[in-house]
Design a protein around this ligand. Structure first.
Ligand SMILES: O=P(O)(O)OC[C@H]1O[C@@H](O)[C@H](O)[C@@H](O)[C@@H]1O
Length: 250
């Protein structure tokens, strides 16, 4: 299907679409947040006693959402005046290091995913089909080290021509979102300039990365009532669901 005579899936200058995963294509952002809450609340309770101030959704959206695992731990603990030694990537989950706390959360996340499964947003699947049908290329750019398994579990790997995930970010020593490096790597992998690529993101750090990289179209996906913040951090347009983009004239 060409784009002439059809509603466009994206502005004409766009040849490639780079999708964040958790919260954009799949509903796993909710599972990440639940795993972080369990992990941080247990950590704070042990450190500060039963009067500890719990980890909130606002904490998640500001310090953790969209960022690589260790960056999320470091940022959130810093907001509470706590610093831990960095540790090593494969620290055991009971280590009181940045990496250990992150790996604790990963164990919890994997249990939650095993119990509840992974669901793609139906509107996102429809949009992916339309993007593919319109002849645009598709990449996934996620900070998550679980990116490949989540895409597989959601049945979405068939759409993806390039994947930059948390493991690639570590291997290639890229700076995490809100820096643009991972999206720039995604555009390189698809052979397009940033101006020819669109970024689809639900996280403030993610739209910020899209803006910082000079991407041609930054779409904020508002899953948590933060449309104004998404715009303020760099979204050109904000939708509730990717399928909303299929009805808009442009
Ligand atoms: O711990 P993982 O699976 O490597 O994920 C890192 C981050 O990946 C992002 O996609 C999520 O928005 C964050 O919530 C998550 O913390």
């Amino acid at each position: 299907m060409g784009q002439s005579g059809q509603r466009r899936v994206a502005p004409e200058r766009i040849a490639a679409c780079l999708f964040d995963l958790d919260g954009v294509l799949t509903s796993t952002a909710v599972q990440h947040m639940a795993a972080w809450k369990q992990t941080f609340d247990a950590f704070l309770r042990e450190r500060e006693g039963t009067n500890f101030a719990p980890f909130t959704e606002d904490d998640y959206l500001e310090y953790v959402d969209g960022r690589p695992r260790a960056d999320g731990v470091r940022q959130f603990l810093a907001s509470r005046g706590i610093s831990l030694p960095e540790g090593q990537h494969d620290d055991p989950p009971d280590a009181d290091t940045i990496r250990g706390v992150g790996n604790r959360k990963n164990e919890t996340l994997q249990t939650i995913i095993r119990e509840h499964g992974v669901t793609p947003y139906p509107g996102s699947v429809r949009y992916l089909e339309a993007v593919r049908g319109a002849g645009l290329t598709i990449g996934v750019v996620t900070s998550s080290e679980n990116g490949a398994s989540v895409l597989d579990a959601a049945g979405l790997s068939q759409f993806v021509q390039a994947r930059v995930d948390g493991l690639v970010i570590t291997e290639q020593n890229l700076r995490g979102k809100p820096e643009p490096d991972s999206f720039l790597a995604g555009a390189r992998a698809l052979g397009v300039a940033p101006a020819e690529a669109a970024v689809f993101e639900d996280a403030l750090a993610g739209v910020q990365a899209g803006r910082a990289g000079g991407f041609g179209w930054v779409v904020g996906v508002d899953r948590t009532h933060q449309a104004d913040e998404l715009r303020a951090h760099g979204a050109d347009v904000v939708v509730q669901d990717l399928a909303d983009l299929l009805v808009a004239d442009r």
